[in-house]
Every structure is written in structure tokens, then in C-alpha cells.
Design a protein around this ligand. Structure first.
Ligand code: C2E
Ligand code: MG
Ligand code: MG
Ligand code: MG
Length: 276
């Protein structure tokens, strides 16, 4: 007992831990103001047909333009946003922004938006989504929501009802980072996904790594059998692009094609592609 207390005391005065706690607190304060200060941006990464290189969709990825720190990656603030409940506000802002931006793109193009587990617990989620669609005029068939397994671990019955409702409206549902969780296979059968995104950890060592190639091919076969389309994340080389094309994948996404781009640059990318 004395030992435990001693440890706790040491921890409380550890300058590194104190610095981290202060930083976290500051982050919460800054994050709470970021929305009203209009500091968020949505960048768009193209999703491309690996055979024709035609841009078929884009994924909306949020960034935070922090006045002191510059552009902050979602990896560094989404968790804090979830834990503080700020994600609902940020998430609905991203959704409206993305739908509004995508409404002006060629009508064959879809927009994919990430949803976090906390957003899923929000009873107003359906209303938020419908609001973003009606305000922008974007047809529901052009919206895809990307969901990770964390969402599905919540209240299964309620999650299923929500997902089925979204599907009934014509909204696409993608299982994001497929293969990284614990129960991916069972979830595929139970929930109404329209597409699978193969996590980039299965792509990194392609095509050389035989084990990765085998898993990759099995996932593609599974998606085919379940009538789901396949997107490949993290395509960084021409060899990976060709591999995805040969395996019959529907879409590829990755630095080889383009990084996520601010809206104006994304439009330039589209125009250059159209001209080519
Ligand atoms: P994600 O949904 O799996 O998004 C793909 C991530 O991979 C993005 O990171 C993207 O920039 C990165 N990426 C794309 N191509 C490549 C590649 O070829 N190589 C490598 N190494 N990385 C690549 P980003 O933008 O930092 O986003 C990280 C995660 O943050 C996302 O992972 C998503 O889970 C979350 N996120 C992003 N925007 C939002 C949002 O608006 N709402 C929520 N709830 N989560 C978001
Ligand atoms: Mg995603
Ligand atoms: Mg992903
Ligand atoms: Mg990911």
C-alpha cells in the first residue's frame, strides 16, 4: 500500500507526465474553440479505378489549422475529441462541408466520410446526416460512410437498426481498416456493408510478401462472394496499383495516386485528370 502511494506521488510530480497533462488540457481548451473559430479544414483524397485511373470518389479527411501548431493531423486530436464529446460537433461540421463540396463534383463521383464510435452513439446522427444531404442537395447514393469495428462493438442491436436505416436511404457503408480488428468476419455477415476497405497494413509489403498477397486475395474473394466492393488503402507504388488492378479491386487510394488535398488543389487534380 505504501509502495503504491509512493508510486502515485512520484507520478504526480514527474515533470514529463505533468507536461503531458498540461498539453492535453490545453488541447481540450483549444479544441473546444476550434469549431467556432473555423479552424477545421476538410482535405480530399481521390479514390481511383485501378484500371482506367478515373477518379470515382474522394475520402474526406479532417485537419485542424491550429493558430500556433500549424496543420494538426486527425490522429493527434480525434481521440481527444471523442473523449470530450466534441467529436459530434466536429463530425457534423465535416459531414456538411463534405456534402456541400461534393455536390458540385461530376455526378458519378461519391464522397466518403468517416464516422467515429461516439458519433454513432449520438441519437441525432440520422438527423445530422439527413440534414447535411438536404442542405447540400447531394443524393444519398453519392454518400458513403466509413465505419471501423469500434462502432460495431457498441450496442449491436441499435447499431444494426441505424445501419439498416442508412442503407435503406441509399447511403453506402464501408467497413474501414478491414482486417485490423478482432471480429471482422462475423461483422461482415451481420451488418449491411456495401464495401470493404482493405487496411494498408496488408498492402505495405505487396506484391513481394507471399503471406500478404494470400490474405489480400482472400479478402477480395470474400468481398466478391458477399457482393461488396473493394477499396485498397495505402497504395504507394505502381506495383501495388498493378496488383490491385490484377486482383480486380474496384478502387485504390494512396500516396502513389495522390495525398489528401485541400479543396482547391483537389479540383485542380480533377481538372488535370479530365484533360489527360
Ligand atoms: P482512415 O479513415 O483509415 O484514413 C486513411 C488515412 O491514411 C488518412 O490519414 C490518409 O491520409 C492516410 N493515407 C492515405 N494514403 C496513404 C498512403 O499511401 N500511405 C500512408 N502511409 N497513409 C496513407 P489521416 O488523414 O491522418 O487520417 C487518419 C485517421 O483519422 C483516418 O483513418 C480516420 O480514422 C480518422 N479521421 C480522419 N478524418 C476524420 C473525420 O472527419 N472524422 C472521424 N471520426 N475520423 C476521421
Ligand atoms: Mg476512412
Ligand atoms: Mg482506413
Ligand atoms: Mg486507418
Amino acid at each position: 500500500r505504501a509502495k503504491l502511494d509512493g508510486k502515485g506521488l512520484a507520478r504526480r510530480f514527474d515533470p514529463e507526465l505533468q507536461r503531458q497533462a498540461r498539453e492535453r488540457q490545453q488541447m481540450e481548451i483549444d479544441l473546444a474553440q476550434a469549431l467556432i473559430r473555423n479552424e477545421f479544414e476538410v482535405h480530399y483524397q481521390p479514390l481511383v479505378d485501378p484500371r482506367t485511373l478515373e477518379v470515382k470518389a474522394a475520402e474526406a479527411l479532417v485537419r485542424w489549422r491550429h493558430p500556433g501548431r500549424g496543420l494538426v493531423s486527425p490522429v493527434d486530436f480525434i481521440t481527444v475529441a471523442e473523449e470530450t464529446g466534441l467529436i459530434s460537433g466536429i463530425g457534423s461540421w465535416v459531414l456538411s462541408r463534405a456534402c456541400q463540396d461534393a455536390a458540385s463534383w461530376p455526378s458519378h463521383m461519391r464522397i466518403a466520410v468517416n464516422l467515429s464510435p461516439t458519433q454513432f452513439r449520438d441519437p441525432a446522427l440520422i438527423e445530422t446526416i439527413m440534414g447535411a444531404l438536404s442542405a447540400s442537395g447531394l443524393p444519398p447514393q453519392r454518400l458513403v460512410l466509413e465505419i471501423t469495428e469500434g462502432v460495431l462493438l457498441l450496442d449491436e442491436a441499435r447499431t444494426l437498426t441505424t445501419l439498416e436505416l442508412l442503407r435503406a436511404y441509399g447511403i453506402g457503408l464501408a467497413m474501414d481498416d478491414f482486417g485490423t480488428g478482432y471480429a471482422s468476419l462475423g461483422y461482415l455477415r451481420r451488418f449491411p456493408f456495401s464495401k470493404i476497405k482493405i487496411d494498408r497494413s496488408f498492402v505495405r509489403d505487396l506484391p513481394a510478401d507471399r503471406g500478404c498477397a494470400a490474405i489480400f486475395q482472400a479478402i477480395v474473394a470474400l468481398a466478391g462472394a458477399l457482393n461488396m466492393s473493394i477499396t485498397v488503402e495505402g497504395v504507394e507504388t505502381v506495383e501495388q496499383l498493378n496488383f490491385a488492378a490484377e486482383e480486380g479491386c474496384d478502387l485504390v487510394q494512396g500516396y502513389y495516386l495522390s495525398r489528401p488535398l485541400p479543396l482547391a488543389e483537389f479540383h485542380l487534380f480533377l481538372n488535370r485528370r479530365e484533360a489527360a
